[in-house]
Design a protein around this ligand. Structure first.
Ligand code: UT7
Length: 325
């Protein structure tokens, strides 16, 4: 039994922050950002992650022609939940009225949607669920350091969702991986440990470090350029397919130069690699489902098309999924 995508949805906040706007905040320019990243603008949210996730989920359910009550699993990939608890997935359940669903968040940063999709596939294959909602949702603007020009130009807010159901076809193969030893390349500290066992003034773990993103951009760039082609090749091999069998390669939208380098390495034309980073920036776990929904709503996907989705990010983590539409 495979997880087949029946519908998609997305929600991008209305507020646009242009490169020119950013040049008013930090020492940067529209020309530098466009040339080094491909980003022209990103969206910033006035609402939380759960709200964006719920709007994307409603759109995905409508596209699938299903009711919320038919969902028996809700998975939300996010690294920017509104709260430690309850999970964002539980908040989405409440918003949708999906009272039959088991709910959990999946923490795999920018790989979060693919990890969640793979988890849904495993639940469905094991017979533990029949219909699942898989969401990637972020309000990265809450953890961006708006004084750091090397990161604040990159990220944006948004959410994307897919409804999957057990079927004869759907996800054909999955390749996931992590390298925790390189986790320091991209971090965002949580709250410090504060309890009576910790002596005063010595907050364990973190020393009052603010909860903002810190990134070794070059290290992540090199990691991505090497990792994306590798994980796609492994997933294709597992599905007994080649690059030529794939109609669309959807890559995590982190930097346009990473997309072109990955396409070159795989020997695939850029016509098969949709790009929306110009308008969204890097939306972490939301990036792939938003891109998928835009492709779907543009009428570019035909039943039977094969798609390869690949992502990478903090962890360091990576993954890819090959599926039949
Ligand atoms: O979802 C996964 C998360 N992250 C990523 O995928 C990020 C991957 N990395 C990247 O996309 C790129 O490494 C960046 C876009 C972050 C940086 O681009 P780069 O071409 O690797 O730049 P760099 O870090 O090598 O910096 C080159 C120069 C430096 O100046 P000097 O030392 O050469 O004088 C930086 O200070 O560019 C400078 N710089 C900027 N200049 C204008 C860095 N950020 C900016 C900026 N505006 N925003």
């Amino acid at each position: 039994m495979k997880a087949r995508i029946l519908g998609t949805g997305s929600c991008l906040p209305e507020h646009r922050l242009t490169n020119e706007d950013l040049a008013g905040l930090v020492d940067t320019s529209d020309a530098w950002i466009r040339e080094r990243t491909g980003i022209e603008e990103r969206r910033l949210s006035r609402r939380g992650t759960a709200w964006l996730a719920s709007r994307a989920a409603e759109a995905a359910l409508a596209d699938a022609g299903l009711e919320a009550a038919q969902l028996d699993l809700i998975l939300v990939g996010t690294m920017t939940p509104d709260e430690f608890c309850p999970s964002t997935a539980c908040r989405v359940q409440e918003a949708l009225g999906a009272s039959q669903a088991v709910c959990l968040d999946v923490g795999a940063a920018c790989s979060g949607f693919l990890y969640a999709l793979a988890t849904a596939q495993a639940y469905l294959a094991a017979g533990m669920a029949r219909t699942a909602l898989v969401v990637g949702a972020e309000t990265l603007s809450r953890i961006v350091d708006w004084t750091d020009r090397s990161t604040c130009i990159l990220f944006g807010d948004g959410a994307g969702a897919a409804v999957v159901q057990a079927d004869e076809t759907g996800i054909l193969s999955v390749d996931l991986g992590c390298d925790g030893s390189r986790g320091s390349a991209l971090t965002c500290p949580g709250v410090p440990l504060r309890n009576p066992a910790v002596s005063q003034g010595q907050e364990a773990g973190r020393d009052g470090e603010p909860s903002v993103l810190r990134m070794d951009g070059r290290a992540i760039f090199q990691f991505a350029v090497r990792t994306v082609p590798g994980t796609v090749r492994r997933a294709l091999e597992k599905a007994s397919l080649t690059e030529a069998d794939i109609s669309w390669f959807l890559f995590h939208q982190a930097n346009r130069r990473i997309l072109t380098a990955a396409a070159r390495s795989l020997g695939i034309p850029m016509e098969k690699v949709p790009v929306n980073i110009g308008q969204t920036g890097n939306t972490a776990a939301a990036s792939l489902p938003v891109l998928l929904d835009q492709l779907n709503r543009a009428g570019k996907l035909r039943r039977g098309d094969r798609l390869a989705l690949a992502g990478f990010g903090a962890g360091l983590s990576w993954g890819s999924v090959v599926l039949e539409w």
